[in-house]
Structure formats: structure tokens, C-alpha cells
Design a protein around this ligand. Structure first.
Ligand code: NDP
Length: 331
């Protein structure tokens, strides 16, 4: 059995040496009430960076020299728990281990006949819920409005934009390469895209792409990209602060424009979003997402990295924009 533990708290951008691989050759026997799981897919997510630091946040920090954990799809190899049978698949927050024992608490069964297993880490998992609930609960979209999404070609962003289109919005995505911008328009139906790495003036590019101004901003990145959006917001705009990946590795936070004048002038709402605060709405969100998926109204893309040993690299690559859609490791 292989395990990945957090060896050092990253300073700035994480490196592979912040993690340590441990191997244990001993046999596992399970007790009554337990199940033996084999890891099939591991989700790597930007928010894990926050848990690697010891700063106070909305979820506890990872402990040093203990396994890292994240969303995992696993196969039940053996079961002494009446709720699970050998051969079934489950999803849950599990350790970065090739095999592990669980008492089944917090695990959901997933059905590979309904959707590919990896989709339960993305569009039918936290990613889809974040996109749907952030946009609908804080964004409160009305048909005809204009939505700007940052981190648009990533897991959450690509779903946000498509839901925006299904709800009748004009959708503009901001992402880091021309290839990603092309994908936003051709695969996901965005109306326009802005490459923040080549655009000389993002503020002007947004003004051009959104001639009627921005009513809803779904923010996945923070920093200077989000500053540029502020200059273009409309009266009663809603700004959903879902993520700030451009700042997660910052040792010192950069100078930003002050948001207050923009919010006052426009009677705008800016609200932080954490998906777990909306757990009571998960069933309705899941129903809507699975219906759209079954009707082929939502598309998704994944970047699948192979091999347990590549989990840390896949995680670090999120900060280099190496993924399109959901970044997943196949074991
Ligand atoms: P993504 O699939 O979007 O992966 C990260 C992407 O961020 C990269 O592909 C890259 O795309 C972009 N990126 C990386 N560094 C920068 C940078 N310095 N400036 C601008 N863009 C950058 O991840 P997720 O969809 O899983 O997550 C998106 C955001 O949503 C994250 O900030 C995450 O923390 C947040 N989140 C929040 C949740 C909540 O409950 N609040 C739940 C889930 C996610 P590019 O090539 O375009 O730069």
C-alpha cells in the first residue's frame, strides 16, 4: 500500500518535495462494520493548497506527516459492513492511499452505469454543485443579463458558463490560453472569451466583449483579473467570490483596487461562497445537473493524469493552468 503524506507546508508554489511517499507491505484485515477500498480516481483541487498551510480557514489544515485527503472514487474490495457489497464503487473524502479501510461513514455509492465514475468528482460532484449553487444562489441570474466567468476553462468555470447559457445569459469567459478560449466557444457555447495572458488591457477587453456591462461575475481567480471586472459592473451587479487561485501561493498579497467605490456606486453585491454551506440544496442541484447531463445540455471535459505517483504533480499543475476542465488522477 502506498500513501502520500504532507511533509512540509509549502511556501509559495507547492513542490513535489513538500510530499512524501510511504510504502507499507503488511496485509490488511477488516473488522466487523468495515470495508476495504481500492482507490480508482483521485481529485486534485486548488482549495487543497489552503489546507496545506497552517493559516486559519473554513476547514482545518492538513497535519504534517499525515496522509493528504481529497475527493476519491474507490472500489469496495471486501466488506464486513451490511451497507456495502464487494464490487461496488463509492465516492468520498478519502486519504491519498492506494488501499484503505473505512467504516463507510460519509461515503456515497456511485453508479458507473449512470455516468462515468470520474464524473462524480467533477460535474456530478463538488465541481457541478459549486457551479450551480454559486451561480443560482448568489448570482440570481435573469435571462438577458451578462455573466463574466474567470478561470473559465477549468472544472468549475466551464460548468458555470454552460449553466449561464442554459439560463439565457450572455457569457464571457476569461482563461489563460488561446486554445482554452477556442474550447470555451466551440465546446461550451460561451459567447466570447478573453486570454488574460495575451490581452494588453483586460479592463478594455471586458468592456468590448460586454457592451451592456457585467451583471454577474463568477470569480474563480481573484487578483488583477477581478480588479479589471470591477470597472465594468452594472447597477445591482452580483459578484460571486468562489475562488482566488491567483493568490493561493502568494506569500504577500498584491495591491488591489479598493472594491468599496465600485460596490457603492453600483449598489452591487459581493459575497464569498463556500459550497458546503449549501448542503440542504445539494439534492435539487444534483437533480438539475443530472437532468441536463442526460439531455446532453451540459458537456464536460477532464484532464486525466495516470498513476498514483503523479498525484502531487497533477495538483501542482493546477497552478500552471495545465488542465482543461476537471483535473483527475487515475490510479
Ligand atoms: P480549475 O479546474 O479551474 O483549475 C485551476 C485553473 O486556474 C487553471 O487551469 C488555470 O487556468 C487557472 N489559474 C491558475 N493560476 C492562475 C492565476 N495565477 N491567475 C489566473 N488563473 C489561474 O479548478 P477548479 O475549477 O476546481 O476551481 C476553480 C476555483 O474555484 C478555485 O479557485 C477553487 O479554489 C474554487 N473552488 C471553490 C469552491 C467553494 O466552495 N468556494 C469549491 C470548488 C472550487 P488558466 O490557464 O486559465 O490560467
Amino acid at each position: 500500500i502506498q500513501t502520500i503524506v504532507l511533509k512540509d507546508r509549502p511556501e509559495g508554489k507547492p513542490t513535489v518535495s513538500d510530499f512524501e511517499f510511504l510504502t507499507d507491505e503488511s496485509d490488511i484485515t477488516i473488522k466487523k462494520g468495515e470495508i476495504l477500498l481500492e482507490t480508482v480516481y483521485v481529485s486534485v483541487d486548488p482549495y487543497l493548497r489552503g489546507r496545506m498551510s497552517d493559516a486559519k480557514s473554513y476547514i482545518p489544515s492538513f497535519e504534517l506527516n499525515k496522509p493528504v485527503h481529497s475527493g476519491v472514487i474507490a472500489k469496495v474490495l471486501e466488506s464486513e459492513n451490511e451497507k456495502f457489497k464487494g464490487g461496488e464503487f463509492v465516492s468520498g473524502m478519502l486519504d491519498w492511499k492506494t488501499k484503505q479501510v473505512s467504516n463507510g461513514e460519509g461515503l456515497l455509492k456511485v453508479d458507473e452505469n449512470k455516468a462515468p465514475l470520474s464524473a462524480y468528482l467533477g460535474i456530478l460532484g463538488m465541481t457541478g454543485l459549486t457551479a450551480y449553487l454559486g451561480l443560482t444562489q448568489i448570482g440570481k441570474p435573469k435571462a438577458g443579463e451578462t455573466l463574466v466567468v474567470s478561470g473559465a476553462a477549468g472544472a468549475v468555470g466551464s460548468v458555470v458558463g454552460q449553466i449561464g447559457k442554459l439560463l439565457g445569459l450572455t457569457v464571457i469567459g476569461i482563461a489563460g490560453t488561446d486554445e482554452k478560449i477556442e474550447m470555451l466557444k466551440t465546446k461550451f457555447g460561451f459567447d466570447a472569451g478573453i486570454n488574460y495572458n495575451t490581452s494588453k488591457d483586460i479592463k478594455a477587453a471586458i468592456a468590448k466583449a460586454a457592451p451592456n456591462g457585467v451583471d454577474i461575475y463568477f470569480d474563480n481567480v481573484g487578483g488583477s483579473i477581478s480588479d479589471a471586472v470591477l470597472f465594468n459592473i452594472n447597477k445591482f451587479a452580483r459578484l460571486i467570490i468562489c475562488g482566488a487561485i491567483s493568490l493561493y501561493n502568494s506569500i504577500e498579497l498584491p495591491q488591489s483596487v479598493s472594491v468599496q467605490p465600485f460596490l457603492i456606486k453600483n449598489s452591487a453585491l459581493m459575497q464569498g461562497f463556500i459550497v458546503s454551506n449549501y448542503a440542504d440544496k445539494f439534492p435539487e442541484a444534483m437533480k438539475e445537473l443530472s437532468t441536463w447531463l442526460a439531455e446532453d445540455k451540459l458537456a464536460y471535459t477532464e484532464t486525466v493524469v495516470n498513476g498514483f505517483e503523479n498525484i502531487p504533480t497533477a495538483f501542482i499543475d493546477l497552478f500552471e493552468g495545465k488542465n482543461k476542465g476537471k483535473m483527475i488522477v487515475k490510479i
